[in-house]
Design a protein around this ligand. Structure first.
Ligand code: NCD
Length: 306
C-alpha cells in the first residue's frame, strides 16, 4: 500500500514523533543520508506560486541523493490545455517515484493521490491544508521548546484564508493542554468549522483583535500574512494589509522565551528590526522544513537507513 500526505492527520501522533526523531537524526548526521534516494525521482507539480515550498522539497530530495523535475506554475503545464488533475497524476506516476503537488483548488491533492500510483505530498490546496508546512512548524516548535504539549500558541493575522493556520490547529489539537489564542481582524477570524471542532473537543481558545492584548501570555507567536490572492475585493485587502505589524516595541511585551514563527513569505507583518531578536525563529524554521521533508520523503518511499 502506498502512502500519501494530504492532511497532517494522515500520520498518527506516534508516527509524527518518529518522523521528527528521523528529522533530528538527519540534522545531526546529514552524511549518513546523502545517498539514501539515489536512483529515485521526485516530480514537483506547482499549479500556484511558491518559492520556499517547492525549493525546500527539491533541496530535500537533492540532499538525499535523488533527482527532481517538474513545473513551477500552471501556465507552463498542460492544465492550460484543460488536463484534469486526475490525468496529470496518472501521467506523472509513469515518470517519477514521488509527486509533490500544489493547487489553488481545495481537495486537488486528494484527487491526485487517488489517481497516482506513487506517493503524493500535498504542498497546499487552496485555503484548505498545507501539511508539510505543519510538519515544519511542529518540528520547529519541538526543537525550540522541547515539547509539543502544555503551551500557549497565538496565531495572528489572516486566520480565515491562511491554510498554514488551519493545518497547524488541526495538528495541535491532538496534543494535550495546548491553549489557542486567535488574533485577527473581525473579518479574518478563524473559520467556524475550526472553532466548532475545538468546542466539540472541549479545547479552550480565546479570540482577540489587538496583538498587544494577547502577546504577553504566549509561548509561541505564529504570525501570518494577509492572503491577498484569496480576497474577493482589492479594497478589503488594502484596508487590512497593515493591520498587524510586529515590531521591537511589541516584542518588549512578549515573554523572554516566546519564539516567533512565520511560514513566510512575510509582507509587512513583521518589521525587519525583529529579525535580530533571538526569539525570531522564522528563518530557522525554513531550515527545519528541509530536514522534515527529507524525513517525509524517506518515510513515504519506505527507505530505512541504519
Ligand atoms: C504559505 C502558503 O503557501 O500557504 N507559504 C509557504 O508555503 N511557506 C504561507 C503564505 O503564502 O502566506
Amino acid at each position: 500500500m502506498k502512502r500519501d500526505l494530504i492532511t497532517p492527520q494522515d500520520f498518527t501522533v506516534e508516527e509524527l514523533d518518529h518522523l521528527f526523531d528521523l528529522a533530528d537524526d538527519i540534522r545531526e548526521h546529514p552524511a549518513k543520508y546523502a545517498h539514501a534516494c539515489e536512483g529515485k525521482k521526485m516530480a514537483t507539480c506547482f499549479f500556484e506560486p511558491s518559492t520556499r515550498t517547492r525549493l525546500s522539497h527539491e533541496t530535500a530530495m537533492l540532499n538525499l541523493g535523488g533527482r527532481t523535475m517538474g513545473f513551477p506554475d500552471a501556465g507552463v503545464s498542460s492544465a492550460t490545455k484543460g488536463e484534469t488533475v486526475a490525468d496529470t497524476a496518472r501521467v506523472i506516476s509513469c515518470f517519477a517515484d514521488i509527486m509533490v503537488i500544489r493547487h489553488p483548488r481545495e481537495g486537488a491533492a486528494m484527487v491526485a493521490a487517488q489517481y497516482a500510483s506513487i506517493p503524493v505530498i500535498n504542498a497546499g490546496d487552496g485555503g484548505h491544508q498545507h501539511p508539510t508546512q505543519t510538519l515544519t512548524d511542529l518540528l520547529t516548535i519541538r526543537s525550540l521548546q522541547g515539547h509539543l504539549d502544555h503551551f500557549t500558541i497565538g496565531l495572528c493575522g489572516d486566520l480565515k484564508f491562511g491554510r498554514t493556520v488551519h493545518s497547524l490547529i488541526n495538528a495541535l489539537v491532538r496534543y494535550p493542554d495546548v491553549h489557542f489564542v486567535f488574533i485577527s481582524p473581525p473579518e479574518l477570524k478563524v473559520p467556524d468549522y475550526i472553532t466548532d471542532k475545538l468546542d466539540e473537543l472541549g479545547i479552550p481558545y480565546e479570540e482577540h483583535v489587538r496583538l498587544e492584548d494577547a502577546i504577553s501570555k504566549l509561548d509561541i507567536l505564529y504570525m501570518t500574512r494577509i492572503q491577498k490572492e484569496r480576497f474577493f475585493n482589492e479594497d478589503d485587502y488594502v484596508r487590512l494589509k497593515n493591520f498587524y505589524i510586529l515590531d521591537a516595541e511589541k516584542m518588549k511585551l512578549a515573554k523572554k522565551d516566546c519564539y516567533v514563527l512565520h511560514p513566510l513569505p512575510r509582507v509587512n507583518e513583521i518589521a525587519a528590526e525583529v529579525d535580530s531578536d533571538p526569539r525570531a525563529a522564522y528563518f530557522r524554521q525554513v531550515q527545519y522544513g528541509v530536514y522534515v521533508r527529507m524525513a517525509l520523503i524517506l518515510t513515504l518511499l519506505n527507505i530505512h537507513i541504519d
